[in-house]
Design a binder for this molecule. Structure first.
Ligand code: PLP
Ligand code: COI
Length: 355
């Protein structure tokens, strides 16, 4: 497939812009959308040329398979502006790679790298003015792909849409996060789709998370589906636990998303000579450490959530508070990673990509 230059991505510009109505000083997460979106159709066994069109509703047949069988995947990325208003992405090829891993698992055709990356760059260039500059804000990027082809037969569709929408965004969590260790419901299982960013993975979490919210928590921490004994990840974040000065996180598997923030933190920690253990960590170990006072930190890591410190975890009716630490690992990693993302520091890992 040939390279798609900006010139052959067709662009239909919006006649008006909504940008003047946006309060860039008070952005929530993912709730306002820029003027344009990218749409690319898969028909007759091939991807058509991507189009950038005004952001707006889609026309789909009620029998489109997305509505019935949930064939749908997505990614989460961000674009950052530095002090000179240059624009950067963070490890975008890793998102493309993971998108296709998700696509394969959901029997959706893979999207070529140049469609994903060049399409995104063209869209970001067009929406440059929409990329926030305020500290802590960024342009949240949502690439997604779903079955637009029709049919009630429970089998993969023959038509798909790949799309990218942009949402200038502030923080995902307003403050520290209070989590509940889940022991009844499961997010994923061996041989399942937990490692894919499939829409249904998130829908399946909503009900147990609602129950946790009713009890005063913000998020659920998922444990393994067999014994509910191993800490796995949170709804939209990988989880790190600091016991004494060792940082521990679960190994990725069929059940756990291979987070880009997670693997960046592991590399930064190793570079900072922080001891990292990628291993199974049990709930009992964490509860014991909390009781002994050796549990120093727990935090979530993800593109949307960045690094979100956990203030309290609940387990079998007891709440365990985490200490407030000066120079926490969470604060060190947050600074190191966001300094790279916003081009405030040298990027010795080669993660930053200038648009
Ligand atoms: N785990 C889940 C279930 C997620 O949805 C996300 C968000 O993308 C993550 C972990 C973190 O992944 P990343 O750091 O690549 O955003
Ligand atoms: C992200 O961190 O980008 C995600 O995809 C999580 C999302 C569910 C908000």
């Amino acid at each position: 497939m040939g390279k798609i230059a900006d010139t052959i991505i067709s662009i239909e510009k919006s006649k008006t812009s909504k940008i003047a109505q946006v309060d860039f000083d008070n952005l929530a997460f993912g709730s306002v959308y820029s003027d344009h979106m990218l749409v690319c159709d898969y028909k007759n066994g091939a991807w058509e040329v991507p189009k950038i069109v005004p952001y707006g509703p889609l026309m789909l047949n009620p029998s489109a398979k997305i509505f019935h069988y949930g064939q749908s995947i997505f990614e989460g990325m961000k674009a950052y502006k530095d002090a000179k208003e240059d624009i950067y992405l963070f490890r975008p090829l890793d998102n493309h790679k993971r998108f296709n891993i998700s696509a394969k698992r959901m029997a959706i055709p893979e999207i070529p790298e140049n469609y994903f990356i060049d399409g995104l760059k063209a869209l970001l260039k067009l929406e440059e003015q929409w990329i926030p500059t305020k500290e802590g804000s960024s342009m949240y990027i949502r690439p997604f792909m779903f079955a637009s082809g029709e049919g009630f037969h429970a089998s993969p569709a023959n038509e798909y849409k790949f799309m990218i929408c942009l949402a200038p965004s502030g923080a995902y969590f307003a403050g520290k996060v209070k989590v509940l260790i889940e022991e009844t419901y499961s997010r994923s299982a061996n041989g399942g789709v937990g490692y894919a960013k499939a829409g249904g993975n998130y829908a399946g979490q909503f009900y147990p998370t609602q129950l946790a919210i009713e009890k005063g928590y913000n998020q659920v921490i998922w444990t393994d589906d067999v014994h509910h004994e191993n800490i796995e990840e949170a709804g939209a974040m990988n989880i790190f636990i600091r016991i004494n000065d060792t940082l521990i996180t679960a190994p990725t598997s069929d059940r756990i998303l291979d987070g880009i923030t997670r693997k960046s933190i592991i590399d930064i920690a190793l570079d900072e000579n922080i001891k990292v253990e990628v291993r199974t960590i049990t709930v009992s170990e964490v509860v014991e450490a909390a009781k002994k006072g050796t549990l120093k930190e727990m935090f979530g890591a993800g593109t949307a959530a960045v690094i979100s410190p956990i203030s309290t975890f609940g387990h079998r009716g007891t709440d365990y508070d985490l200490p407030e630490l000066e120079n926490s690992y969470a604060s060190i990693f947050k600074k190191k990673i966001t300094d790279i993302q916003y081009n405030k520091t040298e990027d010795k890992f080669g993660w930053r990509v200038k648009i």
